[in-house]
Design a protein around this ligand. Structure first.
Ligand code: SAM
Ligand code: SF4
Ligand code: SF4
Length: 371
């Protein structure tokens, strides 16, 4: 008999079944973790699949035809996602971001958006409901997403030069279609639109100024993201990280900038404004300048595991509670317990982790929890 093949996806993402406390304290909306951080932002991955193979996220050598993506039965249903989202909102979450993989590949996503857009905070406010996409399907779907209640989108675009972009997405996808998707999203009112560019030294740093020039003077906010060591497959090397300070200096030399105050606590981007009034840019420096202290995000994977840090190697299996007939009160209490025990701050401690590379611990992949 052939050896049994254990699909990678099954052992890669370790998770434990959350403990339900005896005393079911109802959510107060004021949950704090051990570092006093509130829970405000939930990122929900709706699929682990993607039609791109960005080398920094899903390199084709790893995510090839043999790779076992999650079977449909493993995915949280829209009802399950909405039920969990409602509980998170009771705990104080105000912002929901749908992500993936490529979220627009999830069938009937607008139905989920409709369900989530009906949720309200304890004081009756609508949630900040947004989505991150590679925009390959945005031209087609923008109208339906808007009509379903989506407020805005963030689009990932790593270069304006077509050859560079096609190489980076490794799916031969053209820049022009992403720009068309952005234009369509703007036309239907899915703004303000943010564009994320992951900067990889030696790969697309030559596109920084071209991107800045293109989006200056439009309502689109361009944000430069440091290439991160997420997951275990992208072969990350520190010398390929372009520090945000260098990105800002490069743009400043052509278009003078001044720094501006962050919009909200826990916001990951540092903001800069063009002195000539042509708008602003952001930089996300998760490698060179950790922002863990204000981190207020949690991440729900495609099959219902809760990860409290982008760099976690261990999740909390909320699906086992959903499908094990736990009540809302029990699930809420279990989530409260998890968040209160949290002290993840990987980015700040990266140096110490690197020194202990021998620990051999796996980290969760970006396409699975969505960034
Ligand atoms: N497929 C969608 C997209 O690309 O917008 C959503 C999922 S993607 C995982 C979310 C964000 O993570 C994207 O903006 C992407 O550029 C970013 N990302 C993925 N891998 C990264 C890495 N190694 N370093 C920094 N950002 C990364
Ligand atoms: Fe797909 Fe987004 Fe990852 Fe690129 S960054 S491979 S588009 S999930
Ligand atoms: Fe938050 Fe973890 Fe990122 Fe720090 S490393 S900002 S704790 S997600």
């Amino acid at each position: 008999m052939a050896d049994k093949v254990i699909p990678l996806a099954d052992h890669r993402y370790a998770a434990s079944v959350p403990r339900i406390p005896n005393l079911l304290l109802p959510p107060s909306g004021l949950l704090g973790d051990r570092l006093g951080r509130a829970l405000r932002d939930l990122r929900i991955s709706v699929t682990d699949r993607c039609n791109f193979r960005c080398s920094y996220c899903m390199p084709r050598e790893v995510f090839d035809k043999q790779y076992s993506f999650l079977p449909h039965s493993s995915l949280l249903s829209f009802e399950e996602i909405t039920r969990l989202a409602r509980i998170f909102v009771a705990h104080g979450v105000r912002k929901l971001r749908l992500t993936g993989g490529e979220p627009l590949l999830r069938k009937n996503l607008e139905v989920l958006i409709g369900m989530l857009s009906d949720l309200r905070t304890a004081d009756g406010q609508a949630l900040d409901l947004t989505l991150t996409t590679n925009a390959s399907l945005l031209t087609k779907k923008a109208r339906a997403l808007k009509d379903a209640g989506l407020q805005r989108v963030t689009v990932s675009l790593d270069a304006l030069d077509d050859a560079t972009f096609r190489r980076m997405n490794d799916a031969d996808f053209p820049v022009a279609e992403v720009l068309e998707g952005i234009a369509q999203a703007q036309a239907v009112g899915l703004g303000p639109i943010k564009v994320n560019m992951v900067v990889k030294r030696g790969t697309n740093e030559h596109e920084i100024l071209a991107m800045a020039r293109h989006f200056r003077g439009t309502s689109v906010v361009l944000r430069f993201i440091e290439y991160m060591d997420v997951g275990a497959s992208n072969g990350w090397r520190m010398d390929e990280v372009m520090p945000s300070a260098d990105v800002v200096a490069r743009i400043h030399s052509e278009f003078p900038l001044e720094s501006i105050e962050p919009g909200a606590s826990g916001e990951t981007a540092e903001r800069w404004r063009y002195l000539d009034g042509a708008g602003e840019i952001g930089v996300i420096s998760s490698v060179t300048q950790a922002f863990c202290r204000d981190c207020n995000r949690a991440r729900l994977s495609t099959e219902g595991k809760l990860f409290l840090c982008l760099f976690a190697n261990h999740g909390h299996d909320l699906r086992s509670l959903l499908r094990g007939n736990a009540s809302d009160a029990q699930i809420a209490a279990a989530i409260g317990l998890i968040w209160q025990g949290l002290d993840d701050r990987y980015s700040e401690l990266r140096g110490a982790f690197a020194a202990d590379a021998s620990s051999g611990q796996r980290r969760v992949e970006m396409h699975y929890i969505g960034g």
